[in-house]
Design a protein around this ligand. Structure first.
Ligand code: COA
Length: 372
């Protein structure tokens, strides 16, 4: 029997702290008028000291699970965009939500990561190797931003968005995907230091090589080229015409890039879901956050044809087509309450496991590098 991969749960998380264009104008030589006219961004969210990619990812994941009829232990696979080189953010999410049967890994494809991740999860479901997956786009780019560089600090924001994908025999869900890359453009958008090529030194810190470096005009040209071509390819693979598309949910990087893509596709801009004025570019989180808001406002309806299209560092880009099927389910209040209790128990279990390792350390000795 043919298997389909449906999105049955969605959730988002954004820090409470808002940084407006006027706030930025007090930090660097810029203005609200310049930022708004060149990018379409008015404000963005910035993580507080206690927040990180992992905490935002966990919050989005729990909200996505809340709207489904499965529990965390039913999840077979968790895919997240990265925070540390290792351990993976996906493992931290796995522990914090209690997904005791899940494999978990991070996927690095910059802002295109969410499209790649949803496609990987859908393929694993369609082959029959897993039943349920959780894909999360989560970012705290504010921690990698040079707040003295007006070319980049105006663009990015923090947030997270998550989809739960489930196997079904009902046609629809994720239909087609194109994933592309071009490493010859590696220097256009990068975080140069902190890896094996340029490990952290005083010099890399002094030169601000642990912050985002970007050639804005080149990225702009690349983005406008690939958004339209990837959308056309994914739509054609699905056997649709562009007129069949109900909504395009683009990576929220720049309003001018989105408008150029819409013109290139000869599609009305009203068909594009856009919320970048309030969040800025949240990288891998931008597409799921925009999707969540469109669902919450009732714009996306059962049977709608969606295109999710993104681009980013690497260079990477991709587009995915979806036939949106609203899941049939009723989650009782008691089930919701049970889940809240379950999350608390999961946190207690994680604490006990960490404590047990500490006690074992006291009895058997610890490594000199132990910092946990
Ligand atoms: N405020 C005021 N002036 C600024 C500024 C700012 N924040 N940033 C740059 N400028 C200045 C430049 O110094 C330049 O001045 P000059 O002409 O005296 O040299 C002028 O504005 C034009 O700069 P330019 O880089 O050509 O502007 P732009 O129209 O290309 O807009 C970006 C800059 C970054 C907004 C635009 O290139 C862009 O959005 N690129 C894509 C970036 C992106 O999406 N990255 C993420 C991909 S996932």
């Amino acid at each position: 029997m043919t298997r389909f991969a449906h999105i049955t749960g969605w959730g988002m998380a954004a820090p409470d702290r808002v940084l407006t264009n006027d706030d930025l104008a007090k930090m660097v030589d810029t203005s609200d008028e310049w930022i708004l006219s060149r990018t379409g961004i008015s404000e963005r969210r910035i993580a507080e000291p206690g927040e990180s990619t992992a905490t935002l990812a966990v919050d989005a994941a729990l909200r996505a699970l809340e709207s489904t009829d499965i529990n965390a232990k039913d999840i077979d696979l968790i895919i997240v965009a990265p925070e540390y080189l290792f351990p993976s953010t996906a493992c931290i999410v796995q522990d914090q939500i209690g997904a005791t049967h899940a494999g978990a890994f991070d996927l690095s494809a910059a802002c295109t990561g969410f499209i790649y991740g949803v496609n990987m999860a859908a393929q694993a479901i369609r082959t029959g190797s897993i039943e349920n997956a959780l894909v999360i786009g989560a970012e705290t780019l504010s921690r990698f931003t040079n707040w003295e560089d007006r070319n980049t600090c105006i663009l990015f924001g923090d947030g997270a968005g998550a989809f739960v994908l489930q196997a079904s025999d009902r046609p629809g869900g994720v239909l087609t995907c194109v994933m592309r890359s071009d490493g010859s453009g590696e220097s256009l958008l990068s975080l140069p230091a902190g890896g094996s090529k340029l490990p952290a030194t005083h010099e890399t810190v002094d030169k601000k090589q642990h912050t985002i470096q970007m050639k804005g005009r080149e990225v702009f040209r690349f983005a406008t080229r690939v958004m339209a071509s990837a959308t056309r390819e994914a739509v054609s693979l699905a056997g649709w015409e562009l007129d069949d598309v109900t909504w395009v949910i683009p990576h929220q990087a720049n309003m001018r890039i989105i408008k150029t893509a819409a013109r290139g596709l000869r599609m009305p801009i009203e068909k594009f879901v856009i919320n970048l004025s309030r969040y800025g570019n949240t990288s891998t989180a931008s597409i799921p956050i925009a999707t969540c808001e469109a669902l919450q406002s009732g714009r996306i309806q059962d049977g709608d044809h969606l295109v999710l299209v993104g681009f980013g560092g690497g260079l990477t880009w991709g587009a995915l087509t979806l036939e949106w099927v609203i899941p049939e389910r009723k989650i009782s209040r008691s089930a919701r309450r049970r889940r809240i209790i379950l999350v608390l128990l999961v946190r207690i279990r994680s604490f006990i496991r960490r404590l047990r390792r500490k006690i074992e350390g006291v009895i058997w000795g610890t490594s000199s590098s132990d910092h946990l």
